[in-house]
Design a protein. Sequence first.
Length: 230
Amino acid sequence: MGLLAFGNTGWGDELFFATLMTIAVAAAAIFIGFFLAAIFASFKLSKNKILNLIGSFYTTVFRGVPELLVIYLFFFGGSGAIMYVARIFGYDGYIEINAFLTGAFSIGIISGAYSTEVFRGAVQSINKGQFEASEVLGFRKKIYYYKVIIPQMLRLALPNISNVWQITLKDTSLISVTGLVEIMRMSYIAAGSTRDPLFFYSFAAVLYLFLTFLSMKLFNKLEQHYNKGY
């Protein structure tokens, strides 16, 4: 186990910090995804055809395009777009987008596309009587959504939110192409330095499985908590 020792003799500390980076990117991406999902789920549930079309376009495009391609578009294409605008204002230097922000935003957009469908399906699963009762009681739309609909939606959406989180967590491995040092990137560096790819890639698999296991335990606890009354 000398290869996993902490300090100058092993790669343990580097892999530890790489794991924290993976968690940080996944957490940032899921929050970005939830924010986008809240917007586009409301679009897809709207009776306005234009908003409905925008919501459908978002989910169709970002669920249909490969995740790696989205990362490339934002990391390399985003830098090109910013430099093009900068040249208009007289700046000719190279501008590189921060790898963490690119990774979190790219994966967040993809996560948001899946979360949009999860939220939409959860809202549509709520008994219509809940909406009608809220209107009869004279609740304002914002009040009954925040107090009545959203709590029920989250309970119904939790199992699928768990799946979206697992996908988001695994998708962080793709941002290694941007140079951000997360589990996959650090495993690649360690494997190249020690010429022991089997060990480090196997250990990377163990780390992902460990994070997945902890996530499943957490979501199971949340489901039990929110289903107490049912």
